[in-house]
Design a binder for this molecule. Structure first.
Ligand code: ATP
Ligand code: MG
Length: 392
């Protein structure tokens, strides 16, 4: 039995004239993700993408799991190819779905015939398949309203397909069709989720992480690498830039009032990230901030942080509760990594009483004690990078 994966496209089909470039991007992303598993033919026809293994022994289970994480895939199913005659369709349906059909009690058949030369019309195909399955599986009866299984048969130009269960895909639009943005990534729960959300809207990602050795450990940086690896199962490959932040943090600690420490530090993060983002061809920054979650995420604090960046800053989690963010982190499987206890540079030298209603003028005055340009230049120059790819 020859099995393939059929993919239903999501919002892409609404893209009018741009549709083709969206489809190309999706097919390219699928190719990249599946290539390590073996040779596949991936092509589009009649608003469906066909993923057909071209070698024996390909792990289709693993392929399906990867397909389910590619943005732009709204739903997908594994399907079995049959020859375009009723005899083959009936036998294939019974064989392919045998395990499921033997354990349930009701079913219905839905057929679609896009090849109008096929001698039977769709309702006739459904009736024939239904009758045959009733004969083969005495445990079954037909229930058109609430069946345990909907058996789907499609007769297309180049073959007939019996579908297995349709599964939801990751949704969104293909990565790379929306431009490029830099995610400020910590080892926390929020920023990996923010990265995932924006990649889901078609953005290609570059990651920027601030590390403060020896206050933060190598293990803390490795945690971020591991997190990004998870994100890249969805978002595709990316570069991670690690910015040495110790000097800046020590300068702020030594020269600025404690209550403004965190905000000044965050403004430096924005500026340094922006410089790297620009070099990498990004047009926006992304953070995992959520309004009111901590002192540096009050409205007034965000106004001050935002003012340090020239690029738009996307904060996809701004209106999201922590419990909802946690649920998303679990769904994309970053949560268990995020809760590993390693210091983040944000928690080094945290003030006892941070300002929740900072004043811009005082902040700027405090900042003027620093040689910002030299500090930024220095940390950006010492930035290192590595490549992150999914499925090591
Ligand atoms: P997260 O769970 O994403 O760390 P948080 O609730 O802990 O968020 P903060 O630590 O104040 O909040 O950070 C807010 C945002 O600033 C993060 O979501 C992230 O985008 C960015 N950020 C914080 N620390 C770092 C870091 N070390 N490197 C890069 N970006 C960071
Ligand atoms: Mg954090």
């Amino acid at each position: 039995m020859k099995e393939i994966i059929l993919i239903k496209l999501g919002e892409i089909v609404l893209k009018g004239l741009n549709r083709q470039s969206f489809e190309f991007a999706l097919i390219r992303n699928l190719r990249r993700r599946l290539e390590p598993l073996g040779k596949f033919d991936i092509r589009e026809a009649q608003s469906t993408i066909y993923v057909e293994p071209l070698e024996d022994g390909i792990d289709l289970e693993a392929a399906a799991e990867r397909v389910g994480k590619v943005f732009g895939v709204i739903a997908f199913s594994r399907a079995c190819m049959a020859e375009k005659n009723m005899d083959s369709i009936l036998k294939t349906a019974a064989d392919y779905l045998r395990d499921q059909l033997s354990t349930i009690s009701s079913f219905k058949v839905e057929s679609k015939r896009s090849d109008k030369h096929f001698p039977l019309k769709s309702p006739e195909i459904s009736a024939a398949v239904g009758e045959y399955l009733l004969q083969q599986f005495p445990n079954l009866h037909v229930d058109v309203h609430n069946p345990d299984l909907e058996v789907r048969v499609e007769v297309r130009d180049f073959g007939a397909y019996i579908h297995g269960k349709a599964l939801p895909g990751a949704g969104g639009i293909p990565v790379g069709t929306g431009g490029k943005a830099a995610i400020l990534i910590s080892g926390g729960i929020d920023s990996p989720v923010a990265a995932w959300q924006m990649a889901r809207r078609g953005l290609e990602l570059t990651a920027v992480h601030f590390a403060s050795p020896p206050y933060t450990s190598e293990r803390a940086e490795q945690k971020v690498v591991d997190l990004l690896q998870k994100v890249s199962e969805y978002a595709g490959r990316m570069f991670m830039f690690t910015v040495p932040f110790t000097r800046i943090q020590e300068e702020i600690r030594d020269k600025c009032p404690e209550e403004y420490f965190t905000l000044i530090m965050r403004r430096f993060m924005m500026r340094a990230a922006e410089r790297i983002a620009r070099k990498e061809g990004c047009s926006a920054l992304i953070t995992g901030e959520s309004l009111g979650q901590v002192a540096s995420q009050t409205l007034q604090a965000i106004v001050c942080t935002d003012a340090a960046a020239m690029m738009p800053v996307f904060r996809p989690l701004i209106g999201t509760d922590k419990s909802e963010i946690v649920a998303m982190a679990r769904k994309i499987d970053t949560y268990d990594l995020s809760i590993q206890p390693y210091e983040d540079c944000c928690t080094v030298f945290t003030p006892k009483h941070p300002r929740t209603r900072p004043e811009m003028e005082k902040l700027l005055e405090a900042e003027s004690a620093l040689d910002s340009e030299a500090l930024l230049e220095d940390c950006v120059n010492r930035t290192t990078f590595r490549k992150i790819t999914a499925y090591r």
